[in-house]
Design a protein around this ligand. Sequence first.
Ligand code: SF4
Length: 375
Amino acid sequence: MLTAQPIVEDQRLKPILAKVREGQRLSFDDGLTLYRSNDLLTVGWMANLVRERLHGNTTYFNVNRHINPTDVCVASCRLCAFGKHAKDPSAYTMSLEQVWERAGHGYTEAVTEFHIVGGLHPELTLDWFCQMIAGLKERYPRVHLKAFTMVEVAYLAKRTKISIRETLERLKAAGVDSLPGGGAEVFSESIRRIICDHKIDGNEWLETARIAHEIGLKSNCTMLYGHIETEEDRVDHLVKLREVQDQTNGFVTFIPLAFHPDNTALHHLPKTSGFDDIRQIAVSRLMLDNIPHIKAYWIMMTPAVAQIAQRFGANDIDGTVVEEKIYHDAGATTSQGLRRQDLLRLIREAGREPMERDTAYRPVQRQESAFTVLV
Ligand code: SF4
């Protein structure tokens, strides 16, 4: 629990502290000050105040499984270690049957979510993906399908020569329940030109999210940090997400993603530090006053840092994951999955109350291997 008053070493934080206490929105300049302060305990104290105001002592997790149907990608982003050219002998594309079988591999009643993302494949059609989704829904009707980044949606729309809205409507009709928040990177155009110049630009990402929310598909949102972006780029990114959220209220969770340089064209860059990871969590909580949940994604930050992050603004540490590929191709040395009991221990050791959730943050109650969602 919080002490009544933090010991503020960095005097520049005092006006921000006053705003946070009163629940006022922080400005762009406040965001810069937070990033430029090394007084991590005060920044973290403020983030924790907001976190406990919203979620008390609860930390959420879920029991999910990642499925990456293909790593073939036309984009060649410099930030990426996952996407491969179609002719690369190590590239793979699953058949529909393989996707359905992989989803059920090790499947128990415990899994409440499939998280499905992949490369921008030059030949797989929107119909193919709709069939994939419909087949998953038919076989696993109780599992929430969180599928396709805004980047994949925009690419499918372009290839199919239909609008983003129609693409999303068709995916939704096939069984997509919500969208993950990947592919946002940082919205700054000058940075995108260097790290992901073949991707949709920041405005298109935000517009795709806006349309998804309008047709009733909630989504998460992300920011890739710790590469060549500036502090201004980070604040700009957070403010743009906050503006869309003011209009749609469709973002559920923000997930800051630490850049992993190994096996990418940016491999000369250092990995993020624990200090930067924790400060990023805290600044996100403070700036994104209208996005309910901040997730410390243990795959990227390590379980150890994700555990500490629960005291610096995070109220979610993601899920069991099972077979994570994208960040492990980029050198993540964390395990490819955690067991439910590992997540419980990480949360309890941090003095938080674990609550298993489904994708919509409804509590999941388990009895032996069966589970029910409490609404
Ligand atoms: S980041 Fe995504 S779009 Fe870019 S190369 Fe990798 S898989 Fe393709």
